[in-house]
Design a protein around this ligand. Structure first.
Ligand code: F6P
Length: 320
């Protein structure tokens, strides 16, 4: 393989830039040419690309976001859009593609691979950690660390005022950001889309913690379960506690990637290009039990994310 394309698509995630750097530098190391495609599949359809060199990826390792920009592209879902994408690749003489993104990005890649035979490698980049085949997605660790820092600050002020803080985190249909934030910041309760919550049980847990001498409570709510506002309204209707809400929002999608995300980015990017170099396409890369792996893209997209009930129970036992 001589010339590859690279794009980031869907919601951005810290570590995407570090992965871009790794892909570009590995490809150049092997003597391949790399075209950076701007704004994800939208830029591919519009043939909006730039050739990248060693210096195009200087000083991006530590930066959040994506230098290639990103988009959620409806057009890529129809055959007309896909046809335009394929002809742009042909025009540029690109014979392999690396896509960095989440589930939607991989579905686009699956189609390019399955219907048009374009060798494509997917790198999991999303803060949601909602892909079953990999233990971690790029950006998740940084997002959770950002949420932990915010919960730490909230705890200070909640303690002073003896309040309850309801903190909303992102995660779409996956409760992992809430689960990991909750367990690592000492939140007493987490509300996730995978588990139906019972407000009476929530109140019982809060009362019990107060009786045991606790002065404040943190409840981390995943956006996929309900909003912080909604939850707080219901809680206030049942108790006399002073309750405040915080929605972390897009702050958790920005910022400099952590060591864990930089390490994943370096390894994912390197592995993706090594596969293309061997003319192996139609794969996604990931990490399982601390080992970098690759898997058939169709198989990966079809796996349903499982919730970690054991971690949830751990939180229930130790956070009170
Ligand atoms: O997919 C990442 C994510 O941050 C989700 O957690 C969230 O639901 C969504 O993107 C928000 O999307 P947008 O930035 O388009 O509002």
């Amino acid at each position: 393989m001589k010339r590859i394309g690279l794009l980031t698509s869907g919601g951005d995630a810290p570590g995407m830039n570090a992965a871009i750097r790794s892909v570009v530098r590995t490809a150049l190391y092997y003597g391949m040419e790399v075209f950076g495609i701007q704004r994800g599949y939208q830029g591919l359809i519009e043939n909006d690309m730039i050739e990248m060199n060693m210096r195009s990826v200087s000083e991006i390792l530590n930066r959040g976001g994506t230098m290639l920009r990103t988009a959620r592209c409806e057009e890529m879902l129809c055959s007309e859009g896909q046809g335009k994408a394929v002809s742009a690749l042909e025009k540029r003489g690109i014979d392999g593609l690396v896509v960095i993104g989440g589930d939607g990005t991989f579905r686009g890649a699956k189609c390019l691979t399955e219907c048009y035979g374009i060798p494509t490698i997917g790198i999991p980049g999303t803060i949601d950690n909602d892909l079953e085949y990999t233990d971690y997605t790029l950006g998740f660790d940084t997002a959770v660390n950002t949420c932990i820092n915010i919960v730490n600050m909230l705890r200070d002020t909640m303690n002073s005022h003896e309040r309850i803080s309801v903190v909303e985190v992102m995660g779409n249909r996956c409760g992992d950001i809430a689960l990991y934030t909750g367990i690592t910041s000492g939140a007493e309760i987490i509300i996730v889309p995978e588990i139906k919550f019972d407000m009476e049980d929530v109140v019982m847990r809060i009362n019990r913690s107060r009786k045991s001498g606790k002065h404040s409570n943190i409840i981390v709510v995943s956006e996929g379960a309900c909003s912080a506002e909604e939850f707080a309204r219901e809680l206030k209707a049942m108790t006399d506690y002073s309750v405040r809400t915080t929605t972390i929002g897009h702050i958790q999608r920005g910022g400099s990637p952590t060591m864990a995300d930089r390490m994943l980015a370096a390894q994912f990017g390197n592995k993706a290009v090594r596969l293309l170099k061997e003319n192996i396409g139609n794969r996604v890369v990931g990490i399982r039990r601390n080992k970098i792996i690759d898997l058939d893209i169709i198989e990966a997209v079809e796996m349903k994310k499982k919730f970690n009930y054991e971690l949830y129970e751990t939180l229930q036992m130790i956070s009170m």
